[in-house]
Write a protein that binds this ligand. Sequence first.
Ligand SMILES: *Cc1c(COP(=O)(O)O)cnc(C)c1O
Length: 393
Amino acid sequence: MKESIEQTRSTMLPYGKQWIDEDDIAAVVQVLQSDFITQGPAIERFERKVADYVGAMYAVAFCNGTAALHGASFAAGIGPGDEVITTPITFLASSNCVLYTGGKPVFADIDSETYNIDPNDIERKITKQTKAIIAVDFTGQPAEIDKIERIARKHNLLVIHDAAHSLGASYENRMVGSYGDMTMFSFHPVKHVTTGEGGVIVTNDAALFERLRLFRNHGMTRDSHNMTRNDGPWYYEMTDLGYNYRMTDMQAALGFSQMDKLDSFIERRRQIAAQYNKALIDMPGLVLPYQHPDTSSSWHLYVVRWDESCFSVGRNQIFNDLRAENIGVNVHYIPVYKQPYYSKLGYEDNQCAEAEVYYNTAISLPIFPLMSEQDQDDVIHAVTKIYNRYRIK
Ligand SMILES: *Cc1c(COP(=O)(O)O)cnc(C)c1O
């Protein structure tokens, strides 16, 4: 069959995008017309809604997910001399948050099938300095928590979940956010629901909750139990070095309204993933996303790997050709230790073998609730076209 010379689409389809409707807009306008546009009642309402949804006791909203992870690193007490084990196949923030508080990120390799952190390699990387594990639920599929929790208990480590991809996902029917010491959700527009910029830490630990709130607001307290003295009603004390990492009420109101749509958004993501699976299953050389039987993903990303032995060109050419069809493919992620800043800190390149193989072969296809059937057909059409162009066996 001769290949169509026509471009699949005339406009670029992004890999992810928000879905804002009239209810969301009305919710933000209502805050703008109210007395408080920041530090008002919308924050706690949003925090309560996220905590209740995931089944956690407490939630603390931050101005973005990265600030939230910084807060988690602070609340966990991570500082100079402490090591924290995380995955290299993640966004920079999962590891940078450890650097922010003076700790040392240590990278454990990924599992070759789920692409999540490999619990066996976590065990190998543990030293006397190890204080915590930051597990990332990559693509929306929860990391193997039963094994990670066993390791954490054995070595007395905290477990922080970077769940930027996995709001609404579950592991053996346990909702992401209901387990672990702290869990971070991001509300960036490519994530499941958005506040523009935003992040939340959920926890079941009252002491961590207090530390997170302190850190978000300059390390300041007005709680007389935590002050050395009390000069009067105006009085506050700064007990730790915190930041202004607060979310505004406009953002919180948007998030509250968006949370009402979360289940339908996830349902739509699952449908898109199922449709990709069905369309691409009989294409040897394409490695579709493996799902561990204990997990139920919320499908932030749909990653396809192109087995290098099956194509006449490498991933980069395939990527460029898909972009030329106006399919907004992406690569998630460059192994963090490869970043020039990390090299400067002394991190060796190529230190995780599976992460390297993954990085050289992965392409993320567009997936977001607002995608139309036509958009999805376009992706399948373009992938099939490029697949046939370069397939050698
Ligand atoms: C989006 C994301 C974050 C946090 O990002 P913000 O843009 O700061 O909200 C952290 N980790 C991962 C894996 C992410 O995808």
